[in-house]
Design a protein around this ligand. Structure first.
Ligand SMILES: [Zn+2]
Length: 169
């Protein structure tokens, strides 16, 4: 019995069907169990076979429109698929996928898109976001009179035209 650990060196790319085919990246790692003692050269060959199969399995998932957030939960299905493919090629090997992990950069992109989706689907949140954006731009809640001298102030300009006090947001 031999254990061969494997892990993707380059990120595996996935076009997330649930986020307009946004490109996200994963690391995949696990172990290949071989039911006999084998030479190192064989281990390396089996390992590279498995690594080359992972993008193919990912493209099958994409064809089925598997959501990007569901991929990490599909270790056992991946294990099964990789084992089947490997057995077409060689002896009694079992692939055990230990983890399918989205990289940090992709997580941030997806979180941002999730947030945008929630806002788009919810008019009340959209309104709050809009008000916040306007506040940030200084067009809402700004004083109509200078807080220092009381002179009426216009909708633009950061300082009072009379005394020069900052008008804030
Ligand atoms: Zn003033």
């Amino acid at each position: 019995m031999t254990d061969v650990k494997f892990g993707t060196l380059a990120p595996i790319r996935y076009m997330a069907p649930d986020f307009d085919n946004t490109m996200v990246s994963y690391k995949v790692y696990g172990t290949i169990l071989i039911e006999q003692d084998v030479e190192d050269a064989f281990k390396e060959r089996i390992k590279s076979e498995v690594l080359s199969m992972i993008p193919i399995v990912f493209s099958e998932f994409h064809a089925r429109e598997v959501k990007c957030l569901e991929l990490p939960a599909m270790c056992s299905e991946m294990s099964k698929k990789l084992t089947e493919r490997l057995r077409e090629i060689d002896r009694k090997c079992n692939v055990n996928v230990g983890g399918v992990v989205m990289d940090e950069e992709s997580k941030k992109i997806i979180e941002e898109k999730q947030r945008a989706k929630i806002i788009a689907d919810n008019p009340a949140i959209a309104q709050v976001e809009q008000i916040r954006a306007m506040q940030a731009a200084g067009s809402v809640n700004r004083p109509k009179f200078c807080p220092n001298c009381g002179t009426p102030v216009g909708p633009t300009g950061k300082f009072c035209g009379n005394c020069g006090s900052p008008l804030g947001v």
